[in-house]
Design a protein around this ligand. Structure first.
Ligand code: DGL
Length: 253
């Protein structure tokens, strides 16, 4: 059983990639919907939630944990690893490295929550993998909440996306990193604003490949998904068609 968690619906974008990479594994997905969003919380608050969820998933027999949240990874992955030394933990970090390798203009941007944007971990990632590239970090408050409310076509969101992206595109940014798993579901809105001038960089598939390597020696399951949430758990399954993840619904136990 592989435990996957996020503050809410965003991690379902990672779960979809995990199911594709590991179709016979069983997954337990936990959405911390009583505490979403994480992006405006302190590092201490996020750490407390991550440790509580990690304990719950480990207690339910998960032998691999995927932190399907950039904000939780930045704030708490080390604490989670220290609390469960026997369980491999895979995190999600913004794709700074692929973006820096692929850029032609030498200018990239990362869209993230406020918490990730100010995190020491993101700034180390930039120093380590994009030292000779111009990196703009753009916090996007409220975007994860739009996804939680399934307001993917909200004109106010589209307008905010244009306002944030246009100056970056005018400066020649040609790779835009999705530094929050919720933002994968905003890709159509973002592409509309970008109009072919830059490419989006999403690491969900790379995270799934890493999980598959770590799961290689673990017993196969039955391809089932167990959905849990700290508030309104029924919303999770109901959200799948809105997020174009209907194909996951048949696996839900
Ligand atoms: N999905 C999360 C991330 O990848 C966090 C969104 C939030 O709760 O603010 O950063």
């Amino acid at each position: 059983m592989i435990g996957v968690f996020d503050s809410g619906l965003g991690g379902l974008s990672v779960l979809a990639a995990l199911v594709e990479a590991l179709p016979r594994s069983d997954f337990r997905y936990y959405a911390d919907t009583a505490h979403v969003p994480y992006g405006n919380k302190s590092e201490g608050e996020i750490q407390r939630r991550v440790l509580a969820i990690g304990n719950e998933l480990a207690g339910k027999g998960c032998h691999l944990l995927v932190v399907a949240c950039n904000t939780a990874t930045a704030a708490a992955i080390e604490a989670l690893r220290a609390a469960h030394p026997g369980i491999p933990v895979v995190g999600v970090e913004p794709g700074i490295k692929p973006a820096a390798q692929e850029t032609r203009s030498g200018r990239i941007a990362v869209l993230a929550t406020e918490s990730t944007a100010r995190s020491a971990r993101l700034h180390k990632l930039i120093r380590d993998h994009a030292a000779d590239v111009d990196v703009h970090v753009e916090p996007c408050p409220g975007w994860a909440t739009h996804v939680e409310m399934l307001q993917l076509d909200d004109p106010a969101l589209a307008s905010d996306a244009r306002t944030r992206l246009e100056p970056l595109l005018e400066r020649g940014v040609d790779r835009i990193v999705l530094g929050c798993t919720h933002y994968s579901f905003l890709a159509p809105v973002l592409r509309e604003a970008i109009q072919g001038r830059a490419e989006l960089v999403d690491v969900a598939d790379a995270v799934a490949r890493q999980a598959r390597r770590l799961a290689a020696r673990m017993p196969a399951g039955h391809g089932r998904i167990h959905l849990h949430a700290s508030a309104r758990p029924e919303r999770l399954r109901a959200a799948l068609p809105h997020l174009h993840l209907n194909h996951l619904a048949t696996r839900v136990a």
